[in-house]
Write a protein that binds this ligand. Structure first.
Ligand code: PLP
Length: 402
């Protein structure tokens, strides 16, 4: 019987690449009375959050916390650093890069878009090449996504920084880490990023509705001469109030309680272990996809995403119909496909509070759903994923025993 025709039994498999399932500990941290957001108890909470979040971005500079989804933090990054008519360089890695470009246009910037077929990340050499041609140094910012959530391609931010430097170009570097932060290594300061845009609802394991700008000294200097209209997004008021642990407006207090729990959980696991877990689950997923004989959307392994794998379906099979069948029958939600690839792939999210067993469950459901949908594939994807996970655990265990 189809799942939706009766009470859904057991737990829902939320395998979209964010929002991710909320850990009980985060939920419990949020389940607490509201406090006065101008009182001393709040100041302690605010400071704890503002300090704690820096350790996730790996920065000693301020991180601004907005009560807004990631899209708001995109806008904040642009309107605080740039001026009307500024040229900005962006890379068309997929749907989210396209949306950020549209936003840039709508607020009066002039984006230049390096095209891709949506199946790779941002190529540092292409960025360097484009910047070298800008001999008058008119491009004011390079805006890239660390992880393109719509396709499952990760871009090499440290190498992009090097490419900008190699071109001798003064452009700011603005990076979206919404679907990579707290899931894979990211170093705002060391990599010389000027504004890092983050979101709460993925690796940080919080509900949607909170986002971040980590800022460099160069970005702060640019904000002094930036004249794009801004009020809610203005860094100035935020930074002033944040010094005492307060916000210029009524902050999302419960989300901040959740943030303390999320950051604590990440450090208790150890950030390097968090990253290794995501790498392991991503590789297990890719092995399952290959064993099924299906194609991974990201076509160059050097851009593989640690947080999401997009799976192409064979010609003649519609991925949206497949997702609907899987949801109806097995209570699993996958991510959709976009643009020219609409209906051609589905996305498996493997980020946030997810472990080996959850992933194997999701892959088992996927293998059953492929069979039920009559999509040509080979058996053994789940076995390949399990074998990989066992070998990934056996390696370190053996090394520790020796
Ligand atoms: N950028 C990336 C990489 C995303 O994955 C998303 C959303 O999933 C966004 C931006 C937009 O964020 P939001 O939907 O929180 O506004």
């Amino acid at each position: 019987m189809a799942q939706n025709s009766a009470r859904p039994v057991g737990r829902h498999f939320l395998q979209i690449p964010g929002p991710t399932p909320l850990p009980d500990r985060v939920l419990r941290a949020m389940d607490t009375p509201i406090i006065d957001h101008r009182g001393p108890e709040f100041a302690k909470l605010g400071k704890k959050c503002l300090d704690g979040i820096k350790t996730i971005f790996k920065t000693t500079n301020p991180v601004i916390i907005y009560t807004a989804t990631g899209t708001g933090a995109w806008e904040a990054a642009l309107v605080n650093t740039l001026n009307a008519g500024d040229r900005v360089l962006m890379v068309e890695t997929g749907q989210f890069a396209t949306l950020w470009k549209r936003m840039a246009e709508s607020i009066g910037l002039k984006p230049e878009f390096i095209k891709t077929d949506w199946r790779i990340g941002a190529d540092p050499a292409a960025i360097e090449d484009h910047l070298r041609k800008d001999t008058r140094k008119e491009i004011k910012a390079v805006c890239v996504l660390h992880n393109e959530t719509s396709t499952g391609c990760l871009s090499p931010i440290a190498d992009i920084r090097k490419a900008i430097d190699a071109a001798g170009h003064p452009a700011l570097l603005l990076v979206d880490t919404i679907s990579s932060l707290a899931s894979t290594d990211y170093r705002h300061d060391e990599w010389g990023v000027d504004v890092t845009v983050g979101g709460a609802q993925k690796g940080l394991m919080l509900p949607p509705g909170m986002s971040f700008n980590a800022v460099s000294d160069k970005a702060l200097a640019a904000s002094k001469t930036s004249k794009l209209p801004k009020s809610f997004w203005s860094w100035d008021d935020m930074l002033n109030m944040n010094k005492q642990g307060f916000f210029p407006y009524t902050p999302a207090t419960q989300m901040l309680h959740g943030l303390v729990a999320g950051v604590d959980m990440l450090h208790e696991e150890g950030l390097d272990n968090v990253f290794a877990r995501h790498d392991r689950l991503a590789e297990a997923t890719r092995r399952a996809v290959r064993a099924w004989g299906l194609e991974i959307m990201c076509k160059d392994p050097k851009y593989y995403s640690p947080t999401i794998t997009a799976v192409m379906l064979p010609e003649g099979h519609n991925a949206d119909a497949f997702r609907a069948l899987a949801l109806d029958t097995f209570n699993i939600a996958y991510g959709a496909s976009f643009g020219a690839y609409s209906g051609k792939y589905f996305r498996i999210g493997h980020l946030g509070d997810i472990n080996d067993g959850t992933l194997i469950g999701a892959l088992g459901i996927t293998e059953m759903a492929l069979a039920l949908a009559g999509i040509p594939h080979k058996k053994g994807g789940v076995q390949a994923a399990m074998d990989y996970i066992v070998s990934a655990h056996a390696g370190p265990k053996r090394a520790a025993a020796e």
